[in-house]
Ligand binder design. Structure first.
Ligand SMILES: [Zn+2]
Length: 618
């Protein structure tokens, strides 16, 4: 008996040894391997790529942590029963009749099944035709399979990360093989063998920013033993290896509302949002309740979607157009160079810098508040030119323009020994491009923005850039009397045992220069946003479940040399007792097309209102 065990152990070691040699050979042979192509592409930034790997053991669960929504509903991770087939001799499997039964249970014809099994060199999960995930067995199928006296098959629990409906949760991100990133971030672990180039790692979103915690302490896998003629030694000798630690995998408690997220995603598809984003924040603490980006991301088929679909457009800065008038007006009020009742005259032409109002013939005489409601370019160019560039820049910075808005920690806390930024891909946006206007780079605080730069920037053109997350957070700031919050996407992390590992407190922005504007300024802007929907540029969305308020924007851009527009809307609802701030961006739309973002803003607000009403019902 002892001798037999010793032979088995020796054989196992030998198989593993061969496997390691083979893997090393794969990685060291130039031309034929993926490690060298990873190095070759390092100049253009790391790329996601596949590393060829064959397995002697089957991974049932990677041990990677999972994500939950704000009510504890799983966003990733489910376990289901599947069946694995092992490469044993055809003569050892069982008889014809048993094989036919198996084929019947798996709903496949018997010759397809046998030829597939005959070709098998490593154990493999059974897959339905065209499916990338292991076959999902019903309880009935599990029962039938357990009664089948066949060798070389085994029903096993499989942990699937991307549950149905996961697609396009760019905020969560995806995992895939990133050998180059591993080389850059985990050189020691790679050298010691703790990590392998073939490991699945976080490629974007929270999967990337929390990768170190998420990856856990090891996989649950099943290995098997055979003798040299591929005959199973005394049946199929399986061994399940799993980490012996009740604290892992971790559970990441996000701020997302899965139901709202899914409903808004479905809505974005039903109205065919081509490229853009929708962000929903909780106005009380700036928590990210939903974050949708299009085009779609499908983590199971990343190879077919190089580049763009992986982008989270909610975090990418783009020209905001007239949404930026909120910042311009705040700056003018803070600088004391205008008030909401002051009157301006718009003839349609500004008379300088080639700047005109979008309304042909002009708005006539109107107050600053009406100027915001009607989005009059002339009123806003006028107030911008009264300010110094520093005054404009100071308020823009105080409102968070030019800095990443999302929750971050500079100092170590909990398990994090390095500064942490939850939304790693987030862009900062800007008011002026320091290179184009000059100044500031040499420590000089003077900004050399002339009247033309000021007037163009006032209406959110020129070099002005904002992310949809910043646009939604701007509204939260105004609703919180001018105090800037840092939108959270994670509330807490718990151990598998349920015990809390670390808490992320909602917090105010702490970066230097970011802080707050006067409550009176915020109040004026909120009144202006109410006027926008009541009778201004947003009046088309006046009707709906809730009364809403907000600001529209259209920014001129080009794509492939053709003129296009980015359409924006950012606002809040219900207007009387605000609970949600929403920003919508629809990119690269045809010029002069109706503002799709305004329409979508209303649609999203109605979905939120209906979802709230439904959940309030007993
Ligand atoms: Zn005008």
């Amino acid at each position: 008996m002892a001798r037999r065990a010793a032979i088995a152990a020796l054989l196992f070691t030998l198989i593993m040894g061969l496997y390691i040699v083979r893997l090393a050979w794969l990685q060291l042979t130039p031309g034929s391997n993926h490690a060298s192509s990873a190095l070759a592409s390092s100049r253009g930034g790391w790329k996601r790529m596949s590393v060829a790997q064959r397995q002697r053991s089957l991974v049932l669960d990677t041990g990677r942590g999972d994500f939950l929504d704000r009510s504890g509903r799983p966003i990733t991770g489910e376990t289901y029963s599947t069946v694995a087939l092992f490469p044993i001799l055809a003569t050892e499997r069982g008889n014809e009749q048993q094989l036919r039964k198996l084929a019947g249970i798996l709903k496949v014809n018997v010759s397809d099944l046998t030829s597939w099994w005959d070709a098998l060199r490593d154990p493999s999960f059974w897959h339905a035709k065209g499916q990338s995930l292991p076959y999902r067995l019903s309880e009935g199928q599990v029962r039938e399979l357990s009664q089948l006296q066949l060798q070389g098959i085994k029903v096993l629990p499989y942990r699937n990360r991307y549950i149905e409906g996961f697609n396009s949760k760019q905020a969560i991100g995806y995992t895939s093989q990133h050998p180059e990133w591993l080389e850059a971030v985990y050189p020691k672990e790679l050298a010691s063998g703790k990590r392998m180039l073939t490991d699945q790692v976080g490629g974007a979103g929270l999967e990337k920013s929390l990768d170190k915690l998420l990856r856990g302490i090891g996989a649950t896998s099943v290995s098997y033993f055979v003798d040299s003629s591929l005959k199973p030694m005394k049946g199929l000798d399986l061994r399940i290896t799993q980490p012996n630690n009740s604290y892992y995998p971790l559970q990441i408690g996000t701020t997302l509302d899965l139901e709202l997220q899914n409903r808004i995603e479905a809505y974005a598809d039903s109205v065919r949002l081509q490229e853009g984003a929708i962000v929903v924040l909780d106005t009380k603490n700036a928590d990210i309740v939903a974050m949708v980006s299009r085009p779609m991301m499908d983590p199971e088929h990343l190879g077919a979607q190089e580049g763009k679909p992986l982008l989270n457009h909610a975090l990418i800065a783009a020209p905001p157009g007239s949404v930026f008038k909120l910042v311009t007006e705040a700056a003018a009020l803070e600088a004391g160079v205008a008030n909401e009742h002051e009157r301006f005259t718009c003839t349609g032409e500004y008379g300088r810098y080639g700047l005109s109002c979008w309304k042909e013939g002009g708005h006539g005489t109107l107050t600053l508040r009406e100027g915001l409601a009607q989005s009059c370019n002339i009123a806003f160019a006028t107030i911008a030119e009264r300010m110094s560039a520093e005054q404009f820049a100071r308020t823009a910075a105080a409102l968070g323009v030019g800095r990443q808005a999302g929750w971050h920690a500079e100092k170590p806390f909990g398990p994090f020994r390095e500064p942490l930024r939850l939304l790693g891909e987030e862009e900062a946006g800007q008011l002026f491009d320091r290179h184009s206007v000059g100044g500031a780079d040499n420590g000089d605080t003077h900004i050399a923005a002339d009247g033309g730069v000021m007037a163009q920037s006032a209406i959110g053109q020129r070099d002005v850039q904002m992310t949809p997350l910043q646009a939604a957070n701007l509204v939260v700031t105004l609703l919180n009397k001018g105090r800037v919050m840092e939108p959270r996407l994670v509330r807490e992390i718990r151990y598998a045992s349920g015990q809390r590992m670390v808490k992320f407190d909602a917090k105010q922005a702490s970066a230097k220069g970011v802080g707050r504007i006067h409550p009176a300024t915020a109040r004026v802007l909120l009144r202006g946003m109410e006027a926008v929907v009541d009778h201004g540029t947003g009046r088309s969305i006046r009707q709906g479940v809730w009364t809403v308020a907000g600001k529209s924007g259209t920014a001129n851009v080009t794509r492939d040399g053709k003129p296009r527009v980015h359409q924006w809307f950012t606002g809040y609802g219900p207007a009387q007792s605000p609970r949600y701030a929403v920003a919508v961006l629809s990119k690269y739309r045809p010029p002069n097309s109706p503002n799709e973002a305004t329409k979508l803003f209303r649609g999203v607000m109605d979905i939120i209102a209906e979802t709230e009403q439904r959940s309030a019902e007993p």
